[in-house]
Design a protein around this ligand. Structure first.
Ligand code: SF4
Ligand code: SF4
Length: 372
């Protein structure tokens, strides 16, 4: 495992962090619940491989993610693990609401103090409206020893993220970035030049970039898989401290820790070649969906990110048969049709998308391409 400093005064963290947004599940009375046993086993496997950083949020699995991490930390006897969680300031609530969530997070994680508290999915507009209250809350929490540092996560534009950096109030940031969506490249370098630690979410595009196809293997000579290509691209980006990955299987942990163990994720020449090849592929697609899921739930049951994933797999990688088969499964889902065909064009999802994806048009395109 390789390590890097998380911000100019920060600790050395592993270049692979554990993203705890989607943990392994189990069924109880037909209800999906976080599988604590499986979660602890996977996290310990990653920690044994040298991982020392876990990222979560108060809202992930309705707070259960923090509790599951707490379970893993409690039974871990090895090196120090750094924790990062996020406060949901996209809700306009009184400060006491956030204080309670924070105190509960400290209890659930079972730590003396949370290493990094981020303002979750903040935009410049939200920061202007109530960012000062977040700063006050974090000052209060630091004085009480509940947190050690503050930062932000954001899906705002690169320009607005630069403005957030320029406030000088944050020591770290978490951004969505991958080879398919490289718009944040300059912003990442800019943040790092200001001494900020930079963590990356969605390095594999929410699964979009995980297929191991000839097209993807062609992007980076020597890479053995889609996830390897994606992780190496992110880790080779100047300014990136670490990439977060939501790992659910032992194989994923093995592969990702192997990749994060490379001293040089990619040479300058490999990167130039990859960028040139990408420019050719990008001409074939317009979709900017990161699979974040903020547009869900759809009142008519459409699984929007899943449909877009299939659209991209078909268009970008030529996996038409695979995408059609998966689309048919979405149509026959147990709880009703989740495919693009179930969209009634109500528009409810549109303002929720941080990337301004033209959801309705793209769902129409998905149905035209994939419905038999
Ligand atoms: S526009 Fe379509 S996908 Fe979006 S919320 Fe309405 S029915 Fe669902
Ligand atoms: S359409 Fe937008 S909100 Fe929905 S998953 Fe994609 S990026 Fe996220």
């Amino acid at each position: 495992m390789q390590y890097a400093k998380y911000g100019k005064d920060g600790p050395e963290v592993s270049r692979l962090g554990f993203g705890a947004m989607r943990l392994p599940l189990r069924k109880e009375n037909n209800i999906s619940k976080v599988n604590f046993t499986r979660t602890v086993a996977i996290m310990h496997q990653a920690m044994q491989a040298g991982l020392n950083f876990i990222d979560t949020a108060h809202t992930y699995h309705d707070g259960v993610s923090e509790a599951a991490i707490g379970r893993a930390l409690k039974s871990w006897k090895g090196h120090r693990i750094y924790t990062q969680t996020k406060s949901p300031w996209f809700h306009d609530e009184p400060t006491d609401y956030f204080k309670k969530l924070l105190v509960r997070a400290v209890e659930n994680l079972g730590v003396d103090a949370i290493d990094y508290l981020l303002c979750h999915a903040v935009t410049m507009d939200v920061f202007k409206d109530r960012g000062r209250r977040f700063l006050k809350l974090t000052d209060w929490a630091m004085n009480r020893g509940l947190i050690r540092n503050r930062g932000f996560s954001s899906h705002d534009t690169p320009e607005n993220v630069k403005k957030l950096i320029d406030t000088g109030e944050f020591s770290v940031m978490l951004l969505s970035y991958n080879w398919y969506k490289p718009e944040m490249t300059d912003t990442i370098t800019y943040g790092a030049s200001k001494g900020m630690g930079v963590a990356i979410m969605n390095p594999v595009g929410g699964g979009l970039l995980s297929p191991t196809t000839p097209e993807i293997l062609h992007l980076l000579r020597g890479s053995k898989s889609g996830p390897e290509t994606a992780l190496r691209y992110v880790l080779a980006t100047p300014g990136v401290t670490l990439a977060l990955s939501g790992m659910n299987t032992a194989e994923q942990v093995e592969e990702n820790t192997r990749v994060a163990g490379r001293k040089t994720p990619m040479t300058a020449k490999q990167r130039r070649t990859m960028v040139q090849r990408l420019q050719k592929i990008k001409k074939r697609t317009k979709n900017q969906c990161t699979g974040c899921g903020y547009c869900t739930p759809c009142p008519n049951g459409v699984d929007i990110p899943r449909n877009f994933l299939l659209l991209e797999q078909a268009k970008l990688f030529g996996l038409i048969d695979h995408a059609k088969a998966k689309f048919a499964k979405l149509r026959q889902a147990k709880n009703g049709d989740k495919s693009a065909l179930a969209c009634v064009e109500c528009g409810e999802c549109l303002p929720k998308c941080p990337n301004n994806v033209p959801i309705i048009e793209q769902l129409q395109e998905t149905a035209e391409l994939l419905a038999e």
